[in-house]
Design a protein around this ligand. Structure first.
Ligand SMILES: *Cc1c(COP(=O)(O)O)cnc(C)c1O
Length: 370
């Protein structure tokens, strides 16, 4: 049996006609930039996130970059974040000229350790960017306390966590701003790149709108240096088709995760820890095992898809050498990078597929791979 990590074709088959109709509508209109589809998606993503405002972006990465630039974060500033994340989080901070300052993760949730954030604040700190990894929000209350005391912004990197919750609050609605990605492997994926920023801050919203159009207002008059950070209407149209299915798809992921949790119980497999404060959307189902790299080889042989998110923490990336960090600085992130492995958890998985994944992994950890 073959079990891919993700099967986008399985999802596409269920909504193909609607997607084709929606994309065709955009093409027939020849509104190729901005327009009603982008505006409608912005309004709906703001609504599902319990935020007043949303601004489309060309990718999750550009949503982060636009937010940092719109908050005037620049050279000489510091932004606190986690080293255990996708590159974009930290790459965007560096691109503004600001210095990424890392805080290690909580080894249970893989999210930034909120108890260690206060100690990383300096006079130069302009923002904290927690990342809601794998679909679960970071422990936001202590982070918001530190931010309020020091008058600094909080940007939620919720690329993997659209509609997930923390103490009943939606991802993106807790901080100064939140960002989402519509990369096709996220729970709400486009048919290409896309992203969004959500916020309740009207001033920030107005700035984001100007910055996504090269900082111009009116046209050809540039008060700021912005960029082309615009969301494509074809992406907006496709995402609008998928949005009504999002909760059902996320529930199917939670059901798959619960199935795995139950089957792995009592084995050496460490299953995901979901805080009682959090409602996760399981963008990834990530386990920890000793001999992780051998397991990867074994799963490949057994034609089961898997992936390591992420094998190299940001503080030891070559491009961030200039920051002066070294191996050993963030032991929990480094250990996680060696032990985590994401398993297939996408909504269309069948019970037979899940059973095959479980049997294969249990055989491996029992030391008698069949
Ligand atoms: C996917 C992702 C991004 C970037 O999103 P893109 O749409 O691929 O640019 C940023 N941060 C995290 C944590 C992500 O998972």
């Amino acid at each position: 049996m073959q079990v891919p990590l993700l099967d986008l074709k399985a999802q596409y088959r269920t909504i193909k006609n609607e997607i084709l109709a929606a994309v065709s509508e955009v093409l027939e209109s020849q509104v190729c930039i901005g327009g009603p589809k982008v505006a409608e998606l912005e309004q709906k993503i703001a609504a599902v996130s319990n935020c007043k405002f949303a601004v489309g972006a060309s990718s999750g990465t550009d949503a982060i970059l636009n937010t940092l630039m719109s908050l005037d974060i620049k050279s000489g500033d510091e932004v606190i974040t986690t080293p255990f994340t996708f590159f974009a989080t930290v790459g965007c901070i560096a691109r503004t000229g600001a210095k990424p300052v890392f805080v290690d993760i909580d080894p249970k949730t893989y999210n930034i350790d909120s108890k260690k954030v206060a100690a990383a604040v300096t006079k130069k700190t302009k923002a904290i960017m927690p990342v809601h990894l794998y679909g679960q929000m970071a422990d936001m209350d202590p982070i918001m306390d530190v931010a309020a005391k020091n008058n600094i912004a909080v940007i939620e990197d919720a690329a993997q966590s659209i509609t997930s919750t923390y103490k009943g609050k939606k991802a993106g609605s807790v901080g100064t701003a939140g960002i989402f990605s519509f990369f096709p492997s996220k729970n709400l994926g486009g048919v290409g790149d896309g992203g969004m920023v959500v916020t309740n801050d009207e001033k920030l919203y107005n700035r984001l709108v100007i910055m996504r159009n090269h900082g111009s207002q009116p046209k050809y008059y540039h008060k700021y240096v912005g960029g082309n950070f615009r969301l494509d209407p074809i992406q907006a149209a496709a995402i609008l088709v998928k949005l009504p299915h999002l909760d059902k798809w996320s529930q199917a992921r939670r059901d798959n995760a619960a199935y795995y949790d139950k089957k792995f119980k009592g084995s050496p497999v460490i299953t995901p820890f979901i805080s009682p404060d959090c409602g996760t959307i399981y963008n990834q189902y990530v386990i920890r095992v000793p001999k992780r790299d051998e397991l990867i080889k074994f799963l490949k042989e057994k034609t089961i898809g898997c992936e390591v998110y992420y094998p190299v923490p940001m503080h030891v990336q070559e491009c961030f050498k200039y920051l002066g960090y070294k191996q050993g600085d963030f032991p929990h992130s480094e250990k996680a990078a060696k032990e985590v492995i994401a398993l297939p958890v996408y909504p269309e998985l069948t019970n037979e597929m899940k059973d095959y994944v479980v049997e294969t992994i249990l055989a491996f950890v029992a030391g008698k791979p069949s």
